[in-house]
Design a protein around this ligand. Sequence first.
Ligand code: NAD
Length: 257
Amino acid sequence: MQTNTSTKIAIITGGAKGIGLGIAQRFHQENYEVIILDRDKIALQECEAQLKDKNQYSFFLCDVSNYQQVTDTFNEIIVRFGRIDALINNAGVAVFKQVEEVTFQDWSNVMATNLNGPFLCSQAAFPALLLAQGSIVNIASISGVRASTLRVAYGTSKAALMHLTKQLAVEYGNQGVRVNAVAPGPVETDMAKLVHSADIRTSYKDAIPLARYGSIEEIANAVYFLCSPQASFINGQIIAVDGGFDAAGVGLPSLRE
Ligand SMILES: NC(=O)c1ccc[n+]([C@@H]2O[C@H](COP(=O)([O-])OP(=O)(O)OC[C@H]3O[C@@H](n4cnc5c(N)ncnc54)[C@H](O)[C@@H]3O)[C@@H](O)[C@H]2O)c1
């Protein structure tokens, strides 16, 4: 394989909306050619319609949990673009239910996208990442850092993704490809609208020292930093971008009274 362009290439999975779209725009600001993968055709079309400088973006319909689609998509990307400098495994799904109510299908769907997806995409991208000495960032969650109610499938998938990050950081890092993760706190996106009930929103405000949701831009900045030369000795780390949630113990609400 040979690189056939000097422009850096970033791939963002689940990039048609939400945090993924913000990450795509952040890399675009830094003059990357940005490749957005998503399994939602309508969201991909809407995203394409709203982006300026469309010639710096490419769009692929791809379900990251599907081995054949991932293989075909990355093969096509490598033939067309010849290099991959950054892979952002952002595509994720959430099911918030009590343990007894989580069906095996729910569990399997969450693991398929949140864990199998990053594994499959990292494997498929690795030869090109090796050539470019690029890096991977996995989008985990504070739900993988701390156990919480309703998150048996989601939280477990994200905790496993954090270990996958360390595992890949050891094996790929040994060959010059860095792998890190960002664990976001709550961010107002379609996913949050789907699973964050009024109770969950109140609990987050109580548990986060900065007492607010994060913005898409705040997550995207951390992801870009981890891929940049400024992070050249950072490998195998989970950076919580969570307003201090991971640092806090008991007592915050009473401190505020
Ligand atoms: N929003 C939050 O509060 C929050 C907090 C912590 C972590 N996260 C994580 O951030 C990431 C992005 O979340 P978001 O809030 O932007 O979600 P979102 O639902 O707004 O967007 C997710 C995108 O991923 C795509 N997607 C889902 N499954 C896919 C698959 N199998 N293949 C390809 N594309 C797929 C969807 O079509 C959608 O476009 C997820 O991994 C999520 O777990 C979100």
